[in-house]
Design a protein around this ligand. Structure first.
Ligand code: ZN
Ligand code: ZN
Length: 347
């Protein structure tokens, strides 16, 4: 089989010939259906992110595949089943795990970081993931690329559990990349009265409009806060979700929400992650600021349901498909800002 393999920071990852694994006891082997590319993959490829990424690992953490073989003792999965899983395999015993927040595990192992991922012909599901009930079987009518999006969708659900959208809320989404477009759809499902999406790219704004944005704003031209105030009787938004890692935008979000509003720093910030915060806005407006990182089993199961039911439009999120032999090109394509989600499929 082939796998798109990490070679270390500053060294180009490459498609490598690897032995196709045979599933051991408790494991399952899947034939990859699709692996969607994430901004993180681009950062790893460019050497901007190397923490936790093991040399020799097969990259890709948004994967859906068809069960090809199951190891001894695996029940509930049959050859041909379409499956996926949240990429974090947790320890189960650390503080965060015991609190039920396994996605924040102190000793986590991650698909595409230190567990071989989906930019390959085959993907081996680790025993620990199956034992913990992480592997999810999905309806066979789905395209694998749709199911691969369960990962980013589950991360957004985890984010939303923290920032909450209540029926009738005015929500601002800052950044209309794939993550912003998922938050937009979730806010709609949750009953937001209006969702304002801000992005300098006309193409991305058009996608946001197609996916249900009440209004889109070009922050380089338009006055975002005037638009938000117009929809909220001058109060400000109930929620602002930062979906692009630009430090200066943190304060914009704090300024856009109403008194007692909620701000989600959903995106990780570029570089060291520092941002100078107008803390008095939090103080005087009694703003709740939350974050979100990764997702767990519960989020993932809900994500799969949203995809299966069609409640989330995943078809229009996957705009480009590349063969596995062009994996590097597929990842670099993400940087172009063209399209929304790129899928890589074995060719
Ligand atoms: Zn991802
Ligand atoms: Zn743990």
């Amino acid at each position: 089989m082939r796998g798109f393999t990490y070679r270390g920071p500053g060294r180009p990852a490459e498609l490598t010939e690897l032995a196709t694994p045979t599933p051991g006891p408790g494991e399952a082997l899947t034939r990859v259906g699709a692996n969607t590319v994430c901004g993180t993959d681009l950062r790893i490829l460019r050497g901007e992110k190397s923490k936790g990424v093991e040399v020799g690992v097969v990259l890709g953490h948004e994967v859906a595949g068809y069960v090809e073989a199951v190891g001894e003792g695996v029940t509930g999965f049959a050859v041909g089943d379409l499956v996926s899983m949240p990429p974090s395999v947790c320890c189960g015993v650390c503080g965060p795990c015991r609190r039920g927040t396994e996605h924040l595990c102190d000793d986590v192992h991650l698909v595409g970081y230190d567990i071989n991922g989906g930019l390959a012909d085959y993907w081996l599901i680790p025993r620990a993931a199956i034992e913990r009930g992480q592997l999810v079987k999905a309806s066979a009518h789905l395209e694998p690329a749709q199911l691969a999006l369960a990962e980013p969708i589950s991360c957004c659900l985890n984010g939303m559990d923290n920032y909450r959208v209540e029926v009738g809320d005015v929500v601002v989404i800052v950044g209309a990349g794939p993550i912003g477009l998922i938050h937009l759809q979730l806010a709609r499902i949750a009953g937001a009265a209006a969702v304002v999406v801000s992005d300098p790219s006309a193409t991305r704004r058009a996608s946001a409009e197609a996916l249900g944005a009440t209004v889109t704003v070009d922050p380089t031209n338009d006055d975002l806060s005037a638009v938000v105030n117009g929809l909220s009787a001058g109060e400000g938004a109930d929620v602002a979700v930062l979906c692009i890692g630009v430090p200066e935008l943190v304060n914009d979000c704090l300024g856009l929400v109403r008194k007692r509003g909620r701000v989600s720093i959903f995106a990780g910030l570029a570089g060291e992650g520092w941002s100078t915060i107008a803390a008095n806005l939090i103080h005087y407006k009694e703003i709740t600021v939350v974050g979100a990182s990764n997702s767990g089993r519960e989020n993932f199961v809900r994500a799969v349901r949203l995809i299966e039911s069609g409640a989330i439009d995943t078809m229009s999120l996957v705009t480009h498909t590349f063969g596995l032999s062009r994996a590097a090109e597929a990842i670099e394509f993400v940087a172009s800002g063209e399209g929304i989600k790129v899928a890589v499929v074995p060719d």
